[in-house]
Design a protein around this ligand. Structure first.
Ligand SMILES: [Zn+2]
Ligand SMILES: [Zn+2]
Length: 142
């Protein structure tokens, strides 16, 4: 994986902090296989759902693996956690990639496609999912 070329594509996505924190806390699953929660984006300075103004930037959200007490192999599951990053930085917050990586316009419906990138020890995996229609694309490489 050419980490630099992936880093160049990282998008500065500004979510509503309270709405995002409650949705992120409920997620439990596996990167790429399970879609990350849809989070409201700040639009014209406000959250369209709760009308709050506090932002959570996309590069402060990372996957974190959870192992049971006696489990030394693959993680039991993953959660989404928020780090202390205060400003947007074009870098991966952890070695595992970025659950909220890139946004672009859906060619089918015109709404927003959200991309997640997962960096396991070998290769990379991308999941693109439209937040409105049923478009999903998963790809991988090394
Ligand atoms: Zn909100
Ligand atoms: Zn769509």
């Amino acid at each position: 994986m050419d980490k630099r070329s992936f880093e160049n594509r990282i998008c500065d996505i500004r979510f509503c902090r309270p709405c995002a924190l409650s949705a992120l806390a409920q997620w439990k699953g596996w990167p790429i296989r399970d879609a990350v929660p849809r989070l409201p984006m700040i639009h014209n300075g406000k959250c369209p759902v709760c009308h709050g103004t506090e932002e959570l930037i996309s590069t402060s959200i990372e996957w974190h693996n959870v192992h049971g007490q006696y489990n030394t192999g693959l993680p039991d599951y993953w959660v989404l956690q928020v780090n202390n990053r205060k400003s947007f930085e074009k870098t991966f917050p952890s070695k595992w990639g970025l659950p909220y990586y890139e946004i672009r316009k859906c060619e089918r419906c015109g709404e927003t496609i959200l991309t997640s990138i997962f960096n396991p020890p070998i290769g990379w995996e991308l999941r693109q999912q439209c937040m409105n229609c049923n478009f999903i694309a998963v790809s991988e490489g090394r």
